[in-house]
Design a protein around this ligand. Structure first.
Ligand SMILES: Nc1ncnc2c1ncn2[C@@H]1O[C@H](COP(=O)(O)OP(=O)(O)OP(=O)(O)O)[C@@H](O)[C@H]1O
Ligand SMILES: [Mg+2]
Length: 400
């Protein structure tokens, strides 16, 4: 009798988890669609503004207004980025990493941003298995969790990060619908803050769910963390008690060769300072958005390049075949109607194995961009890209 009751309870719990997962999936699709379109519009706004700025005198009264547009667009870009994380429509550039090292690096940032009366502690398993992860995205998770924890401890408290190896077994899967069996690295992030009631816990991972006052929170921190973890093949849980604190557990699958030494994670490149340089080569810019083609080609011409454009992959292949001796580099958008960027790149490389191609994409299902890189593209820029990023990438490809 008791056994049956327990089985029913367990079943109920799984049903709830299933409904929750389905809901998140649906919201993710919706958010991803919006984010993708906004991303392109934003690209046009940023490019146009940069374009005008090149002509406007620094002393002009228009100059600060234009800078404002750029900085607000930059914030919009960050928001969209979080939404894209959540909807898992963002490219991940994963590599084998030691999570501990990434935590240590991020802690330096956290120490600076989290108020002094909060004590930050780490208990890191020295024998931790490596994971395949995108360092930028993992840092994003830690920063989001850190800022939430700080918000929940306005009178001070402890913020604790722990890592350890665990094997997820059948029994665990029976009570955690989203779990996969096998070797995982468990990242536990906890705080001694004000905690959450059940109603809040039920919604924490939903995008735009926030209990913070207008202007304080957008409700995207945990949604993006959730999406990133799912995108890494892992899963994430939340446990909290009002007045006690909160515990987030993140399970990431361990990378296959669990013994060898992981690479140190790469430093995020500083996009701010460095000199951006142009060149005199001829580029073929492929994008189905007219506004992007116009603006980006205009900007690239300002930096000395000769720019040809194509509005589809089909047109790009045709242009390349006809003028391959002139074209030094192709910049190909991935998500385009018709044949699409992926096939376009493939055909160009088939025609000319020495062709230099950079792909531009902010959104692609099933790691399409990853496949295109494997097909022979030499570089990747995420959309919306800043002019400096694109110029850098172009130079890297030419100067390699
Ligand atoms: N560590 C925590 N302790 C207490 N409540 C939390 C904690 N983390 C999240 N929450 C609750 O979950 C809500 C959603 O968090 P989330 O990070 O997604 O959005 P936000 O912090 O409100 O806004 P944003 O992160 O976009 O600035 C928060 O508003 C808060 O109510
Ligand atoms: Mg937050």
């Amino acid at each position: 009798m008791f056994e049956r009751k327990r089985a029913e309870k367990e079943n109920e719990k799984l049903q709830t988890q299933l409904r929750q997962a389905e809901k998140m999936e649906a919201v993710g699709t919706l958010a991803g669609g919006i984010a993708h379109d906004f991303n392109n519009l934003l690209q046009a706004i940023i490019s146009s503004t940069q374009f005008i700025l090149l002509d406007v005198d620094k002393g002009s009264s228009m100059y600060p207004k234009l800078r404002d547009i750029l900085s607000v667009s930059e914030r919009a870009r960050e928001l969209i980025q979080q939404l894209l994380f959540f909807s898992r429509k963002l490219e991940t550039q994963t590599k084998k990493v030691n999570l501990n090292r990434m935590i240590e690096q991020t802690m330096v940032l956290l120490e600076r941003t989290i108020p002094k009366m909060i004590e930050i502690r780490a208990h890191l398993d020295r024998e931790l298995w490596p994971v395949n992860a995108d360092p930028v995205q993992i840092e994003q998770i830690l920063l989001n969790l850190g800022s939430n924890a700080a918000d929940s401890m306005s009178d001070g408290g402890k913020f604790i990060i722990e890592t350890k190896n665990i094997i997820v077994d059948e029994e665990f899967i029976n009570s955690h619908f989203e779990a996969n069996s096998g070797a995982h690295v468990l990242l536990t992030v906890s705080d001694t803050g004000h905690g959450m009631d059940q109603e809040t816990i039920d919604h924490v991972f939903e995008p735009f769910f926030t209990t913070k006052e207008v202007g304080k929170g957008t409700g995207l921190g945990l949604a993006s963390a959730y999406g990133i973890v799912k995108n890494h093949g892992g899963f994430m849980t939340c446990y909290s008690e009002v007045g006690q604190g909160t515990v987030f557990k993140i399970y990431l699958p361990a990378s296959e060769q669990v013994t060898s030494e992981a690479e140190p994670s790469e430093k995020i490149k500083d996009m701010g300072g460095g000199e951006t340089t142009g060149g005199t080569e001829t580029l073929l810019l492929v994008d189905d958005e007219e506004a992007i083609r116009g603006m980006v080609s205009g900007l690239l011409e300002r930096f000395g390049y000769t720019v040809l454009t194509a509005s589809s992959a089909e047109q790009a292949v045709e242009t390349y075949v006809n003028r391959s001796h002139e074209i030094d580099l192709v910049i190909m958008d991935i998500g385009m109607p018709g044949m699409g960027g992926h096939l376009g790149v493939k055909e160009i490389i088939q025609f000319d194995p020495k062709a230099k191609v950079i792909i531009a994409s902010g959104y692609s299902i099933n790691s399409q961009a990853q496949k295109t890189m494997e097909a022979g593209a030499l570089g990747y820029v995420g959309k919306p890209y800043r002019l400096a990023d694109l110029l850098d990438k172009i130079r890297t490809v030419f100067d390699r």
